[in-house]
Design a protein around this ligand. Structure first.
Ligand SMILES: *[C@@H]1O[C@H](CO)[C@@H](O)[C@H](O)[C@H]1NC(C)=O
Ligand SMILES: *[C@@H]1O[C@H](CO)[C@@H](O)[C@H](O)[C@H]1NC(C)=O
Ligand SMILES: *[C@@H]1O[C@H](CO)[C@@H](O)[C@H](O)[C@H]1NC(C)=O
Ligand SMILES: *[C@@H]1O[C@H](CO)[C@@H](O)[C@H](O)[C@H]1NC(C)=O
Ligand SMILES: *[C@@H]1O[C@H](CO)[C@@H](O)[C@H](O)[C@H]1NC(C)=O
Length: 408
């Protein structure tokens, strides 16, 4: 019995050690495959490196990863081949990493990439081929609060064109301080359905601002700086047809020029999702009034200004003030003209008086050759400079000024 039992143990030992070694190997290999300071989920094939003090994309990411999330780190540059060997990644989130530069073909090894989130970075430089991925699988690109300045926007426009993102459905450019959209910048995205431009500083929509995106379903332009939408912009919206527009929280100016826009809001077939939430910001009398209920009369059309739109008449009053001043000036000139004889006589008197002083000076100068006398300063201001009795010795400066006065 004992013998056979021990023999059995001896027989089982190799198998036991094998499983032990295997278990150790498996554990060590799975540890090695998850980058340090990251969390890896084998079931969901997700790798998450949140605030892991990383300075670059970690190297040892499991090759079967589907979702890769690296956030809150300090990765200033995403380089070519940063994601090599990750052909199954469909979702890549690089939010809030202080990324400043995206190099050429940075994501091109991610053949399955569908969603790329680059929110909250400071992209200064975007290489023209930054978003080039073979087969252009990308469906979602999010660059919320990510573009550093206008140069980054023009970089992005080039990258969108070169990237041939023909499958892109969703583009988020909100929170970027954008003032101007290069015309036709979305035309390389023929299948775009959702475009988020909210919380920027946009002021106008032009003829071809949204050209080439005929499939658009949702366009968010809320929280911008639109004071009105021009006829050209309204035509552009009409051309987009089936789109659902968001236009709220813009500082709309409700003057007569806004009438077209108000009419359009009331009658357009284009769905404005928040049409009831468009309010006037100016003039003060119409603040918080819904743009939708405004009639031409309320907007101060028909040449009869709205009672309380006083600010508008400010320009008019300046013009009126100018006219009044001009009239006063003309009256003054006319009075001068009427009194021309008296004035002429007065000038002649002064002229003669000055000549007398001058003669007096010459006389004194001849009889008194002491030059120091000429430097006696500060004759009192009130003294008539044309004193014919020579009660004083006029100072140098006084005398030298007289000839120029005389020419008057
Ligand atoms: C990628 O996914 C495919 C299909 O889901 C799978 O067959 C393949 O093994 C995966 N590749 C890696 C490197 O895990
Ligand atoms: C944007 O920022 C970069 C880097 O600071 C600078 O070189 C470029 O001139 C800036 N562009 C504009 C339009 O200000
Ligand atoms: C709008 O964008 C700015 C910066 O781009 C951000 O600070 C602010 O929180 C955003 N506002 C909303 C309501 O999203
Ligand atoms: C807008 O552009 C189209 C071509 O895209 C052109 O036919 C049309 O005349 C333009 N409209 C205006 C008002 O410029
Ligand atoms: C809106 O349009 C309807 C008809 O489509 C019209 O009866 C109504 O007066 C309009 N409202 C305003 C504020 O223009």
């Amino acid at each position: 019995m004992l013998r056979s039992a021990s023999a059995r143990v001896w027989m089982m030992l190799p198998a036991l050690s094998l499983t032990l070694v295997c278990a150790m190997l498996c554990v060590s290999s799975s540890v090695a495959l998850c980058p340090s300071r990251c969390e890896c989920s084998d079931i969901e094939h997700t790798v998450r490196c949140a605030s892991a003090a990383l300075f670059r994309v970690p190297a040892a990411i499991p090759s079967d990863t589907i979702s890769l999330i690296i956030t809150g780190d300090t990765i200033h540059r995403v380089e070519h081949s940063a994601f090599n060997g990750l052909q199954n990644v469909t979702h890549l989130n690089l939010r809030n990493n202080g990324i400043m530069e995206i190099g050429s073909h940075a994501f091109s090894s991610l053949h399955m990439l569908r969603s790329l989130i680059l929110n909250n970075n400071q992209l200064v430089l975007i290489h023209p081929e930054a978003f080039s991925v073979p087969g252009s699988p990308l469906q979602e690109l999010s660059l919320r609060s990510s573009l550093y300045n206008y140069t980054s926007l023009t970089d992005l426009v080039t990258a969108l064109r070169w990237g041939e993102l023909t499958n892109l459905l969703r583009l988020d450019l909100s929170d970027n301080h954008l003032v101007l959209l290069p015309l036709g910048m979305f035309s390389p995205l023929p299948n775009l359905q959702h475009l988020h431009l909210n919380n920027n500083s946009l002021v106008a929509v032009y003829n071809s601002t949204f050209s080439g995106i005929e499939q658009l379903l949702e366009l968010d332009l809320s929280r911008n700086a639109f004071r009105t939408i021009s006829d050209e912009g309204l035509q552009e919206f009409e051309r987009l047809g089936q789109v659902r527009l968001m236009l709220g929280q813009n500082p709309y100016v409700c003057t007569c020029e806004a009438q077209e826009f108000a009419n359009w809001l009331n009658s357009s077939k284009v769905r404005v999702g928040d049409a009831d939430g468009l309010y006037c910001e100016y003039p003060a009398a119409l603040r918080e009034v819904s743009l939708r209920v405004l009639t031409a009369q309320a907007l101060g059309c028909y040449g009869k200004p709205h009672e309380e739109i006083t600010d508008l008449s400010l320009h008019t009053s300046y013009v009126f003030l100018g006219l009044v001043l001009g009239f006063v000036g003309m009256v003054f000139l006319f009075v001068v003209y009427l009194n021309r004889k008296g004035i002429k006589k007065w000038i002649t008197d002064i002229h003669e008086a000055c000549q007398n002083v001058l003669e007096g000076y010459h006389y004194r100068y001849e009889i008194d050759s002491d030059p120091r006398l000429g430097r006696v300063p500060n004759i009192r201001q009130g003294q008539p400079r044309m004193d014919p009795h020579l009660g004083h010795i006029p100072s140098d400066s006084r005398i030298t000024q007289i000839p120029s006065d005389v020419t008057l």
